[in-house]
Design a protein around this ligand. Structure first.
Ligand code: GLN
Length: 494
């Protein structure tokens, strides 16, 4: 079998046995990245030299009979929102162009400790704000299934690189859907773990109470393996969970008999593309055939998810992004003081932020600053927190009746580049099915459950209670044992 077609689980096993070298894996993927990146624009940085040196070291250790880590020799692409001490970290923003963090994100550290080979940093929406990757300061990513379409966002580079076989596995981050939505639109599998399951240390903050790092891969089994390597308590993130990390990849075997899956009827209202609805319904039938039972559940406040999210997230962002002022961090304007501002310092701040941030980031900072300002705080931010609590309660009530909740991940398949860029509200509505998971702090996974007549992937989303990743991954893996949607590859490229 071609190296590029092998699963992550399989590759790691082959490297450990010595059937394939880490060097071969790295070379094959780096060649593919160099061949396709001009078309797809999934990578902002590629690190051939260090990746090959790392692979050589892994091979040498294997030959010397030393034990290798959980991800031995596995090429991994990392979203450019995660700090890497040996590669630039830009968050796809002019504000951080050329920035080199002094330390690795906890996830990056764990990847290295597990003997993964980091091949590069992936493109994204600027500061992870967006759902199409068109907000990148370094050009949009193209969807490998149709290069005229968006891959989704904000982890669009991570999704597209896995879909195009430029990496078997990528790391993404999900604040309101940024792992699950691009995974769905690119026909791959993406897991947003429970809030706190993976440390956020070294993830450039967008909305700290919602941000979560997770794996994106070709299958749930591959996601399980990567989650096992990156999850765990980190004293450097006070919100990371102390609970022991289960061996996710060894907990996939048990069949789904008796597992109760909820179906939210409001998810199937108008606005849901009929081809998506069909794929999702067929997926429920697969779960039923696998022994699960399907039940109607209600999430009565889910309809307030988008407005709630678009208050909480911008409020937190306006605070988190205050540090980029041209002095403490980031881009500094080179314009000489003109005397038009109250002081040269204020002018430097204003010009640096004005020139360094893109339009969507500015919009979020302004929305958040407005909603947090005195006189509006109670009406907007405090109200949003109250609704967030109701949404969380909906999930607690639903998970008292069912083990998992299934449904669409996005209302439509991948849309055309440029289709929604003129209408921020239309872009925000793309997040309809994904934001509530983050507001509630629970876990979610998305994976392909069919294709449209035009050949675009359709995604299915499963959500689980906090820390129920073993069941979530087992259910998605069972689906993938019974279907072959996740094995299809795009023909538009390569
Ligand atoms: N599309 C959402 C937004 O624009 C979600 C982004 C994310 O999860 N990082 O905020």
């Amino acid at each position: 079998m071609q190296l590029l077609e092998r699963s992550a689980v399989d590759l790691v096993a082959a490297v450990k046995r010595g059937d394939v070298s880490a060097m071969q894996c790295a070379e094959v993927y780096l060649d593919r990245i160099e061949q396709l990146n001009p078309q797809v624009n999934a990578f902002l940085a590629i690190d051939r030299e260090r990746a090959l040196a790392r692979a050589a070291d892994i091979d040498a250790r294997r030959k010397a009979g030393k034990p290798l880590g959980l991800l031995a020799g596995l090429p991994v692409a990392v979203k450019d929102a995660l700090c890497t001490a040996d590669m630039p970290t830009t968050c796809a923003s002019k504000m951080l162009a050329g920035y080199r963090p002094p330390y690795d994100a906890d996830t990056v550290r764990r990847l290295r400790e597990a003997d993964a080979v980091i091949v590069g940093k992936t493109n994204m929406d600027e500061f992870a704000m967006g759902g199409s990757n068109e907000n990148s300061a370094f050009g949009p990513v193209r969807n490998p299934w149709d290069l005229s379409r968006a891959p989704g966002g904000s982890s669009g580079g991570s999704a597209a690189c896995v879909a195009a076989d430029m990496a078997p596995v990528a790391i993404g981050s999900d604040t309101g859907g940024s792992i699950r939505q691009p995974a769905g639109l690119c026909g791959i599998t993406g897991l947003k773990p429970t809030y706190g399951r993976v440390s956020r240390r070294g993830l450039i903050a967008f909305a700290s109470s919602l941000d979560q790092i997770g794996p994106m891969a070709r299958s749930a089994a591959d996601c399980a393996l990567v989650l096992e390597a990156i999850a765990g308590h980190d004293p450097g993130d006070s919100t990371s969970l102390a609970d022991a990390v289960p061996p996710y990849s060894e907990l996939l075997e048990k069949p789904l008999e008796g597992v109760r899956i909820g179906r939210v009827s409001e998810h199937f209202s108008e606005g849901l593309d009929p081809e998506v609805a069909k794929g999702v319904d067929e997926a429920f039938a697969v779960f039923k055939a696998a022994g699960a039972t399907i039940h109607d559940v209600k999430l009565p406040h889910a309809k307030y998810g988008v407005p709630t999210y678009y208050l909480v997230a911008p409020c937190e962002a306006s605070s988190n992004l205050a540090r980029y002022d041209g002095a403490h961090y980031g881009y500094r304007s080179s314009t000489k003081p003109t005397g038009e501002f109250e002081s040269p310092l204020v002018e430097m701040y204003c010009r640096s932020r004005g020139e360094g941030f893109g339009p969507e980031v500015k919009r979020r900072i302004m929305l958040g600053t407005y909603a947090l300002s005195s006189g509006y705080y109670d009406a907007y931010y405090a109200k949003a927190l109250q609704v967030r609590r109701l949404i969380r309660q909906d999930y607690l009530d639903a998970f008292a009746q069912v083990d998992l909740i299934g449904g669409p991940v996005s209302a439509t398949p991948a849309f055309k580049l440029g289709e929604k860029t003129g209408d921020p509200l239309a872009m925000y509505l793309v997040d309809l099915y994904t934001v509530a998971t983050n507001l509630a702090g629970v876990a979610g996974i998305s994976f392909p459950c069919g294709f449209t007549a035009g050949g675009l992937p359709v995604g299915f989303q499963l959500q689980a209670p906090a820390l129920a990743e073993p069941l979530l991954l087992r259910a998605a893996d069972r689906f993938q044992r019974l279907t072959d949607w996740h094995t299809r590859r795009p023909k538009a490229i390569g």
